[in-house]
Design a protein around this ligand. Structure first.
Ligand code: CUK
Ligand code: CUA
Length: 660
């Protein structure tokens, strides 16, 4: 903008701001003069009025807290991100499936070692990474309750549980009969279950089967993982699975209110293409898009629960599985045709509408649970799939179709009956209206607004946008590419989150946030006051149980005991020393350190690191942690605290002496 044009803009801006100040009676302490100062800064920084308005919309003053937490997947970094909204400030990176030294996850701390080991089935060594895709906050009556968070590992059939009292992972479950996962994670409205389904069909029963036996020997699976309402932990013994045909089951969502008791899973590759582009077969992307329709899987999980209770299951790899034939015979599994290569499925706040988007179809297709129930009752089928699953007639179950644009993927909702759908190909977000009871007649099923994002949006999230009562207000676009939005930092560009303000009739992009690690997929946005996190652990807390550790001690009770070749150390850490600070062992001894951080004030975390031993722990105030290792390397090792915890932090060190 040239200087002249810019000055005009600044003058207009100053006028607008002054008028605003007058209207709001901002006369004292800054008042009109203050707003003139804002206009002056805007001019110096060459900001247009729209920029200033955008900045004000997302700005949270220093020392003030955000209204929302956004919990985002961290993608193939295996972590979970916690972001404050609307400021878009990163608050935490939670280690979930991948080792993280600075959080003491996977570097000796017993709680982390146990979780990583228990989260790995089979005997090929511990899994140390994952690809987090879909977080699910626990719910009570269809509302986020701020207690727990679940997230799946796309690379493996695994799920992690994070306790929102301390934002640390407490459990990883390697789900039997599932190699890779995608559908869900969703929580049922009261978190009786969290659901995950397979992404790619697996050899049923495990082991190997050639690809030409794909149809017979490979299967998908829908896993209903029972949650202990006291601890949030998953209990495989009370869980069950449903065998599915070997399609690629994709995204999934839980029914609520009108559709409570039901679950929905998209699928693609119902063609059962297996690739082989160098073996004379069509490449998978062509083979899997040959037909015009795939199948929305409609599961009556309350009925499935009864079927399991009646003993109509088989046990496979330690979990109860309803065979496909039983699921069909008992009437708990139906299909509805869904247009080509669907991706997202999202249930509207009242539970009545189920929104499906097909990547190759510019429409969102909206199913109505009342119509689905009616079609099932009337057996209004158009046939069955090759496995005998009844297919509901498309026209009988669809309530509306909306032409939203190219490459629709995922949908979220606001409090007024609007749906927001991400458009991957168009790099845009479409806002459209649902049908009754939200909008009637001409006003229903209508595209009402569209905003460009940058670029290639995947998921999107609105505030509490997948609950029974969304807040709307903010929308975050989780973009896959950032192209020219940031300075070049080498060929791998950051991912890009964009904050969109939903307050006015037009959606407005107000903030860009680079994500520097891995590719997030889904995110959920929860009202901050629902989270009741602990600022300090009660004295001697074991992170696994969140209760008192049997190894916790008070200051003054430190000691070292030797039994045979096992040396056990009860240690405390507090500013600014470890007690004891000298540990003498012999080469080959097993060393067990129980370390209690006896601090009682916020943020007084101490680290504990031993060079050459790959041991690094982060011990928060009140935490007790245990590390075991064999002192197989002789030498004098200076252990130290890795957190700059006090003026005498550098002195917070000691010796591990391993005599040869
Ligand atoms: S999937 Cu990533 S953009 Cu795994 Cu949720 Cu749609
Ligand atoms: Cu404790 Cu540095």
């Amino acid at each position: 903008m040239n200087r002249f044009g810019f000055t005009i803009t600044a003058v207009v801006l100053a006028g607008l701001l002054a008028a605003g100040a007058y209207l709001f009676g901002a006369r004292s302490a800054g008042g009109v003069a203050g707003f003139a100062e804002v206009a002056r800064i805007a001019q110096v920084r060459q900001l247009a009025p729209a920029d200033v308005a955008a900045a004000v919309r997302s700005f949270v003053p220093p020392g003030k807290h955000d209204e929302y937490y956004m919990i985002s997947s961290g993608g193939h970094g295996g972590q979970v991100l916690v972001v404050g909204l609307p400021s878009m400030r990163i608050l935490k990176v939670i280690a979930a499936f991948a080792n993280e030294p600075w959080q003491g996850f996977g570097y000796g701390a017993d709680w982390s070692e146990t979780i990583l080991d228990q989260g790995t089935a089979g005997g090929n060594g511990r899994l140390t990474w994952g690809d987090t895709h879909h977080p699910a906050l626990s719910e009570t009556n269809g509302e986020y309750d701020g207690r727990w968070l679940y997230i799946n590992d796309r690379a493996h059939g695994r799920i992690a549980m994070i306790d929102l009292r301390d934002f640390r992972v407490k459990q990883i479950v390697d789900i039997p009969n599932m190699q890779t996962s995608h559908g869900g994670v969703f929580a049922t409205p009261n978190t009786d279950y969290v659901h995950v389904s397979s992404k790619v069909p697996t050899v049923w029963g495990g082991g190997y089967a050639p690809l030409d036996q794909y149809k017979d020997r490979y299967r998908g699976v829908s896993a209903w993982l029972a949650v202990d309402r006291e601890t949030g932990r998953i209990d495989l013994a009370r869980s069950f699975q449903i065998e599915l045909p070997p399609y690629n089951q994709d995204l999934a969502d839980a029914g609520k209110l009108a559709s409570d008791g039901w679950g929905f899973i998209n699928s693609y590759n119902t063609e059962m293409a297996i690739g082989g582009n160098m073996e004379g077969r069509p490449p998978l992307e062509a083979g899997a898009s040959a037909r015009d329709f795939d199948y929305l899987h409609i599961i009556n999980w309350k009925k499935a629960e009864e079927v399991v209770r009646a003993g109509k299951f088989e046990t496979r790899n330690g979990v109860r599985v309803i065979p496909l034939g039983t699921a069909i015979a008992e009437g708990l599994l139906y299909f509805a045709p869904e247009p080509r290569s669907p991706h997202g499925v999202d249930v509207a706040p009242n539970g009545r509408y189920i929104v499906v988007s097909g990547k190759l179809d510019p429409h969102t297709t909206v199913y109505d649970i009342e119509l689905i129930k009616k079609a099932i009752a009337e057996k209004n089928f158009e046939g069955t799939d090759p496995f005998g699953v009844p297919i509901l007639k498309f026209d009988a179950v669809v309530a509306g179709r909306v032409n939203v644009g190219n490459g629709p993927l995922h949908t979220q909702f606001d409090e007024r009956g609007h749906a927001y759908t991400s458009l991957f190909v168009d790099s845009a977000v479409a806002k459209w209206t649902l049908g009754e009871p939200y909008f009637r007649g001409e006003a229903a099923w209508k595209l009402v607004d569209k905003v460009s994002v940058h670029y290639n949006i995947g998921h999107l999230a609105t505030a509490e946008g997948d609950t029974v009562s969304p807040d709307g207000r903010y929308l975050v676009a989780l973009n896959k590419w950032s192209v020219d939005r940031y300075p070049v930092i080498g060929p791998l560009h950051p991912q890009n989150f964009q904050l969109i303000d939903l307050a006015g009739p037009k959606m407005q992009v107000v903030y860009d946030m680079p994500i520097p690690n891995a590719e997030p997929h889904y995110a959920q946005i929860i009202k901050a006051d629902k989270i009741k996190a602990w600022a300090v652990y009660p004295a001697g807390t074991d992170l696994r149980t969140m209760g008192r550790s049997p190894y916790a001690i008070e200051r003054g009770k430190e000691r070292i005991e030797r039994r045979g070749n096992v040396v056990t150390v009860w240690m405390t850490s507090a500013r600014s020393n470890f007690r004891p600070d000298t540990i003498r062992v012999r080469r080959g001894d097993t060393v067990i350190l129980h370390i209690t951080n006896t601090e009682k004030i916020r943020d007084a975390t101490h680290g504990f690191a031993i060079p050459q031993y790959n041991i690094q722990m982060s011990i928060d105030p009140g935490e007790t942690v245990t590390v075991r290792f064999v002192a197989d390397r002789p030498g004098a090792f200076s252990f130290y605290c890795t957190e700059f915890c006090s003026a005498l932090h550098l002195e917070m060190q000691g010796w591990l002496l391993v005599e040869p």
